[in-house]
Write a protein that binds this ligand. Structure first.
Ligand code: FMN
Length: 153
């Protein structure tokens, strides 16, 4: 199955996570693409692909810069996402009351349009000592198992 990694970021952490998850996925899958959400048209979402979504939180629990236009276009289009499956990994900082809510704006939109989230909702807390990619790479195998997709050990 084709896998598309989508990321929304403001200061680059989610991009690094997306690149590292993409590299891990490419060890097992031939067809893995990675897009910044600002370069991705919501009309291109399809049940033919499995999506791994990585997105941070900015403002007060808001989407990061590179995801804002995508969300606006999505709301105009309201694509039928029936049959589409995705896993999601959110970045945030538990210092904020609005911890990790940025990615949830995408999660809500996707499920409202009929897509199915699989696996645990992944999260990285910038107040922890952990590197975002380390936590994301620990999260990925469970998400891929829930999706029924293989991953190199
Ligand atoms: C100005 C600013 C506002 C932020 N607001 C929130 C927030 O409301 N909730 C949250 O959980 N994290 C918040 N964060 C933390 C970021 O989500 C976190 O640092 C994340 O790793 C950034 O990822 P990115 O580089 O992909 O944008 C904020 C960070 C900054 C700099």
């Amino acid at each position: 199955m084709k896998i598309t990694v989508l990321y929304g970021t403001e200061s680059g952490n989610s991009e690094l996570v997306a690149e590292d998850l993409g590299a891990k996925l490419r060890e097992t899958h031939d067809d893995v693409e990675i897009f910044d959400l600002q370069d991705f048209d919501p009309a291109d979402l399809t049940a033919e692909h499995f999506y791994v979504v990585v997105c941070s939180t900015h403002g007060e629990g808001d989407l990061p810069n590179t995801a804002i236009d995508f969300a606006e276009k999505f709301d105009q289009l309201l694509p039928d996402l029936t049959g589409m499956r995705y896993a999601i990994f959110g970045l945030g900082d538990s210092f904020y009351d609005t911890y990790s809510q940025g990615s949830e704006h995408l999660d809500r939109r996707f499920t409202a349009q009929g897509a199915e989230r699989v696996g645990e909702y992944g999260r990285h807390d910038a107040s922890s000592w952990d590197m975002p990619s380390d936590i994301a790479l620990e999260w990925l195998p469970g998400a891929m198992e829930a999706a029924g997709l293989a991953l190199a050990g």
